[in-house]
Design a protein around this ligand. Structure first.
Ligand code: COA
Length: 209
């Protein structure tokens, strides 16, 4: 397998909810830790945090889109009604007078590097937008992304921002709508606080907030 281009038609991409997710949580944690080690997240994985973080997607209307190559989980994307999200993610909306019941939150999209650049990222969004659109009262999808300075010395040569991809999918940046999460970066002894700003897209003809 190593060195070969993965065959797209061998992949299984499906949206799982509730107890169907439980057998995959360990693989999902491993995948998140592997992908988020890269710039811009530089996350030094924490297995205990992963277990509690991922459990929330098994309830309250949450879903995970899994990409499997045979038995291996090679990609995933998570989503949950914003109203069911934790305070850190929900409160910036409330502080801006935005009703969380109108939003579906997309947690992350992660795909192993060998599988990138072939349209799977689009399918991860398609599947979550389809799931979110079934949720009563929800008018918008939203997600947040870490904010890094343009001249961050840790940015690898050739790194491409995903901003263009998100804009082309209809997401609009809200730089003042920000949440804060703490994680330990690779090489650091302690966790520090990171700013993540939100992007929003209407799921129907509802205007942007
Ligand atoms: C986000 C991610 C899942 C996208 O997966 P993907 O399968 O490569 O995406 P696609 O092939 O569907 O391409 C999506 C867009 O990204 C662009 N793209 C392709 N390779 C890229 C790269 N190396 N860097 C940035 N953008 C890239 C493509 O131009 C495409 O945009 P377009 O179709 O509007 O032209 C994947 O890049 C990833 O896992 N990244 C690391 C984790 C991350 O940062 N996730 C986002 C925050 S949670």
């Amino acid at each position: 397998m190593e060195g070969e281009t993965p065959k797209l038609d061998a992949l299984r991409i499906e949206t799982l909810t509730g107890p169907a997710l439980l057998p995959h949580l360990k693989d999902l944690a491993r995948l998140r830790i592997a992908v988020f080690r890269e710039y811009p997240y530089l996350y030094e994985g924490d297995a205990a945090y992963e277990a509690s973080y991922l459990a929330r997607y098994c309830r309250d209307g949450g879903a995970v889109v899994l990409v499997r190559d045979g038995a291996a989980v090679v990609g995933a994307a998570t989503c949950l009604p914003l109203a069911a999200e934790n305070d850190v993610i929900r409160e910036p909306f409330e502080d801006h007078g935005l009703d969380p019941a109108r939003f579906f939150y997309f947690g992350e999209s992660v795909l192993l590097p060998a599988y990138r650049g072939r349209g799977i990222g689009h399918r991860l969004f398609d599947a979550r937008e389809a799931h979110a659109a079934t949720w009563p009262g929800v008018a918008h999808a939203c997600f947040c992304a870490v904010v890094r300075p343009g001249d961050d010395p840790r940015r690898p040569d050739g790194h491409r921002s995903l901003d263009g991809f998100w804009r082309r999918r209809g997401y609009v940046p809200y730089p003042d709508l920000v949440c804060h999460m703490a994680w330990r970066e690779i090489g650091d002894a302690a966790a520090c606080r990171h700013d993540l700003s939100f992007w929003i897209r209407p799921l129907s003809d509802t205007p942007l907030p």
